[in-house]
Design a protein around this ligand. Structure first.
Ligand code: F6R
Length: 239
């Protein structure tokens, strides 16, 4: 695990975009693992800028997102399908994008199908991760085990609380998600985790210096052979 602490979140986000750029330049048909939430927004903007300035071509690339809320259709304003369209996909020329379906009739079947689709694409070359305040990656919440495949998860109170900001006041925040498992994330050949802000400081400390512990799902990254952690000073403040 390599840890870089930057002067601010703009630099950390540019570093993440640079790692994606380097990967795509050396493998134009790269399979990209993508995340949602507030953390990747600036990285995605940097990638859009690199594309629009002619530096980066996504036309050979495929992407797989980490997760989606259970019960939200792809066109729901708060779905991760919609988020990805607005924040990235509408502005670049990615060959094929995938986000797990949160409103599939049979969610377990959808989970199995998603894992097979990733495998059929050759596996993920580079995976972007944000970090939950409770140390989650994807929506793998604190647990007694690390799960392997894509699964249906119950979101913890703190995650539901943290996600409230994306929903209207009178809207119910989903309590379940379909998420790539920690084991599936570990299969990515390269992992880039970005953590920004003070609210992530304790999770960063536990991930970087704590024990390997499924109560902090991100701690599994300690045994991944190629993980880069990009932090701003606030997220790094307890290291
Ligand atoms: C999103 C995801 C989550 C977020 C995490 C941090 O696809 O998988 O693990 O990365 O909850 O969220 P933000 O970036 O909003 O702080």
């Amino acid at each position: 695990m390599i840890v870089h602490i930057y002067e601010n979140k703009d630099q950390a986000s540019l570093a993440a975009a640079s790692l994606f750029c380097a990967c795509i330049l050396s493998k134009p048909d790269a399979v990209l693992g993508l995340a949602t939430g507030s953390t990747p927004i600036e990285t995605y903007q940097q990638l859009i800028d690199m594309h629009q300035s002619g530096l980066l071509d996504f036309s050979g690339c495929t992407s797989f997102n980490l997760d989606e809320y259970v019960g939200l259709s792809a066109d729901h304003a708060c779905s991760y399908h919609r988020f990805m369209k607005e924040q990235l996909f509408d502005h670049i020329n990615m060959k094929k994008t995938h986000v797990p379906s949160g409103d599939a009739k049979d969610l377990l079947e959808e989970a199995g199908r998603y894992d097979k689709e990733i495998e059929a694409a050759g596996g993920i070359d580079i995976q972007f991760l944000g970090l939950g305040q409770n140390g989650h990656i994807g929506f793998n919440e604190p647990d007694s085990v690390f799960h392997y495949g894509t699964q249906i998860v119950n979101l913890t109170k703190s995650t539901i609380e943290a996600n409230k900001r994306f929903f209207k006041a009178d809207e119910k925040v989903p309590t379940q998600a379909i998420s790539l498992g920690a084991g599936g994330i570990m299969k990515a050949r390269k992992i880039v985790l970005v953590a920004l802000g003070e609210t992530k400081a304790e999770a960063v400390r536990a991930m970087v210096t704590g024990e390997l512990d499924p109560q902090v799902q991100a701690s599994i990254l300690r045994i991944h052979p190629d993980t880069v952690i990009l932090l701003d000073p606030q997220a790094a403040s307890l290291l």
